[in-house]
Write a protein that binds this ligand. Structure first.
Ligand code: SME
Length: 168
């Protein structure tokens, strides 16, 4: 077997592992939250179980659209090191995801204009918009790693599906 083939096989194994982990987590989270309609309880549960399931993550949590300031995010339930309290729409990775209502996958935050460094160890990041059943943006899910390029299409798809299953 060539080295290239071996690397491709190893990558496929890692990907399968990640897909299976997300599938298991989604089942667990849906099960734990059955009958619970409070969004803070839902966000706290998602943050905890997502954070515990993967190594190499230094922050997993939510920034919530502030009902008193609809163009501003305020920190919600999270796991990890201290997060900044408020992020205006359009600022940093979270603010961009909120303003564009589009998932942001960033391999290296140092290349992202306006990135907000809550923790200087942060390198790669994924931010997924969270909408309610009416299609209104209510929050963003932010996951940070201290390693480069930790998030890919598998994370994007799995997290978007998870968010839709829990909050949509
Ligand atoms: N990195 C984020 C800020 C939030 S923290 O990392 C927890 C951003 O640029 O939006």
């Amino acid at each position: 077997m060539s080295e290239r083939q071996a690397q491709a096989d190893m990558q496929a194994t890692i990907q399968t592992g990640k897909e299976e982990t997300y599938a298991r987590l989604t089942r667990e989270i849906v099960s734990v939250l059955e009958g619970e309609s409070n969004n803070i309880a839902r966000m706290a549960t998602v943050s905890c179980l997502l954070h515990e399931a993967f190594p190499d993550r230094i922050w997993t949590g939510f920034y919530i659209v502030d009902p008193m300031k609809p163009e501003e995010l305020v920190v919600g339930p999270y796991q990890g090191t201290l997060g900044c309290l408020r992020i205006p729409f359009g600022k940093g990775v979270c603010g961009t995801a909120a303003a564009e209502r589009a998932t942001q996958v960033v391999d290296d935050v140092h290349d992202f204009p306006g990135h907000i460094a809550c923790d200087s160890r942060s390198v790669s990041e994924i931010v997924v918009p969270v909408c309610n059943c009416d299609g209104d943006l209510i929050a963003v899910l932010d996951i940070d790693s201290d390693k480069p390029a930790m998030f890919d299409q598998t994370d994007r798809t799995a997290l978007e599906e998870l968010i839709e299953a829990i909050f949509g």
